[in-house]
Ligand binder design. Structure first.
Ligand SMILES: C[S@@+](CC[C@H](N)C(=O)[O-])C[C@H]1O[C@@H](n2cnc3c(N)ncnc32)[C@H](O)[C@@H]1O
Length: 221
């Protein structure tokens, strides 16, 4: 999969591809990654990418031109995502849908956001949640991370993500590691019983219980 991020602040994004699982995915050539600074596509000599809003008001609005020309410069078939708090909320199901594309493009806004006409040149609009950040970079990073870990070969095994919260509308089951007894807080006996059938049954029950207690809305779906 190829990932392109359009951003005015590449330095915010680069570090996440230099560590941990995303770094390994790059090294294994499971993903390709590029950042396009759409300031390079500014149509004026001062290289500005924003201007004051028509109708008045505070702040600066990102112009349509540099973003349009930056998108035009991408000559492979791609799925273009505008990052905006006004988009539909990103979730695990959306991550599963997006992992099917060969090339994803994320467009990060800043300042007061985009000239409304940018919306006409994208395939969808996504939000990280009902809150407003200063820019789209953190949203892009979060979404890319959630998508990339679903690419076959990025994690050790499919089970690593198939049991995760939200994969099948359940939260994950409780996990424990050594020590078996931490100041009287003990690991459930079933997990050290060696009986794999019993362990699987317990984990399924715990997933249902946890989900019912914490996120009954997921089960209603
Ligand atoms: C300060 S915000 C602009 C918000 C805009 N005035 C509004 O209320 O819809 C600047 C940029 O940050 C990004 N952004 C902020 N919050 C976001 C969120 N919840 N999800 C995705 N992107 C977000 C978007 O790219 C946005 O264009």
């Amino acid at each position: 999969m190829k990932i392109t991020i359009l951003s005015l602040f590449p330095e915010m994004i680069n570090p996440i591809f230099n560590a941990s699982i995303l770094k390994r995915a790059l090294e294994k050539e499971l993903i390709e990654f590029e950042i396009i600074n759409f300031r390079d596509f500014s149509t004026n000599k001062h290289k500005t990418v924003d201007d004051t809003p028509y109708g008045g008001g505070s702040g600066m609005v990102l112009s349509v031109e540099p973003i349009y020309f930056a998108l035009e410069s991408i000559n492979t078939k791609s799925h273009k995502i505008l990052l905006t708090p006004q988009g539909s909320t990103f979730n695990q199901k959306k991550a599963k849908d997006l992992v099917e594309f060969d090339h994803l493009v994320f467009i990060c806004g800043h300042y007061e956001g985009f000239d409304e006409r940018v919306r006409e040149f994208v395939d969808e609009e996504l939000s990280l949640g009902d809150f407003v950040m200063t820019g789209g970079e953190i949203a892009a990073i979060a979404m890319v991370d959630a998508i990339v870990r679903l690419i076959p070969g990025v994690l050790g095994s499919k089970e690593s993500y198939e049991n995760d919260s939200f994969f099948n509308d359940y939260l994950d089951f409780p996990q424990y590691t050594k020590p078996r007894d931490f100041m009287g807080h003990k690991v459930p006996d079933v997990l050290v019983s060696g009986d794999h059938e019993k362990i699987a049954k317990w984990r399924k029950e715990m997933q249902e219980k946890k989900t019912l207690e914490r996120r009954p809305d997921l089960l209603k779906k």
